[in-house]
Design a protein around this ligand. Structure first.
Ligand SMILES: CC(C)(COP(=O)(O)OP(=O)(O)OC[C@H]1O[C@@H](n2cnc3c(N)ncnc32)[C@H](O)[C@@H]1OP(=O)(O)O)[C@@H](O)C(=O)NCCC(=O)NCCS
Length: 172
C-alpha cells in the first residue's frame, strides 16, 4: 500500500516525472514547478510505494470576492500501474485534511463529479461560486470548516500560474 506524506526537499524531480507521465503533455508538471517556485504550492503530498513516488496532489490558494482564501485542488496524478487502488483518494483525503489544518475553510476542484462527490464536493454553483474556465457541474466546492462557504456569489480565481493553461487539470 502506498504511503502518503508531505513533499520533502528533493522530491521535485520525481513529482515532475509523475505528472509528465500521467498527462498528455508536461503542462501540469510545469504548473507544479511554477507554483512551487512562487511559494503557492501550499499543500503538496506524494504517494510512495517501495520508496518510489507514484502519485502527487497539489493545492494552491484560490480567491473569491468577499470570502477568505480557499484551496484549489490541481493537479492530481497517479502512475498507471498503481491506479484503481485508492491512491488518488488517499492523496485527496489527506490533502483536504492538510488544507483544513493550514487554515483553508473551503476547497474547489474541476473534475468528474461522480469521483469527487465521495470527498464531499458538490457543484460550486450551489455555493454561489463561478469559475473562470466554464467548468459547469465539473466545478465543485467543499466546505472544510463549518461556515467556510457562507452565502454570496463570487468568481473563483486560481493562482496566476494557472493563467498559462487553458484549464486547471480537468479530468479527461
Ligand atoms: C485520475 C487518477 C488520479 C485516479 O487515480 P487512482 O489512484 O486510480 O484513483 P482512485 O483509485 O482513488 O479512484 C479510482 C476511481 O477513479 C475513477 N477514475 C480513474 N480515472 C479517472 C479519470 N480520469 N476521471 C474520472 N474518474 C477517474 C475510476 O473510475 C475509479 O472510480 P470508482 O472508484 O468509482 O471505480 C489517475 O487515473 C490519473 O493520474 N489520471 C491521469 C491524470 C488525471 O486525469 N488527473 C485528474 C485530473 S487533475
Amino acid at each position: 500500500m502506498a504511503v502518503i506524506r508531505a513533499e520533502q526537499s528533493g522530491d521535485a524531480a520525481a513529482i515532475h516525472t509523475v505528472h509528465a507521465a500521467c498527462f498528455p503533455t508536461d503542462l501540469e508538471a510545469r504548473l507544479v514547478d511554477l507554483l512551487r517556485a512562487a511559494g503557492r504550492l501550499r499543500v503538496s503530498l506524494v504517494a510512495e510505494v517501495n520508496g518510489q513516488v507514484v502519485g502527487h496532489v497539489a493545492f494552491s490558494p484560490v480567491t473569491a470576492a468577499s470570502r477568505a482564501a480557499g484551496a484549489g485542488l490541481a493537479p492530481v496524478a497517479v502512475t498507471e500501474p498503481h491506479r484503481r487502488r485508492g491512491v488518488a483518494a488517499a492523496l485527496i483525503r489527506d490533502g483536504l485534511d492538510e488544507c483544513r489544518k493550514a487554515g483553508f475553510g473551503w476547497a474547489v476542484v474541476l473534475g468528474e463529479p461522480a469521483y469527487y462527490a465521495r470527498f464531499g464536493f458538490r457543484p460550486a454553483a450551489a455555493f454561489g461560486l463561478d469559475d473562470e474556465y466554464g467548468g459547469g457541474p465539473a466545478f465543485q466546492a467543499v466546505e472544510l470548516v463549518a461556515g467556510g462557504l457562507h452565502a454570496g456569489a463570487g468568481l473563483v480565481r486560481y493562482a496566476p500560474e494557472f493563467a498559462a493553461f487553458s484549464d486547471p487539470g480537468v479530468d479527461e
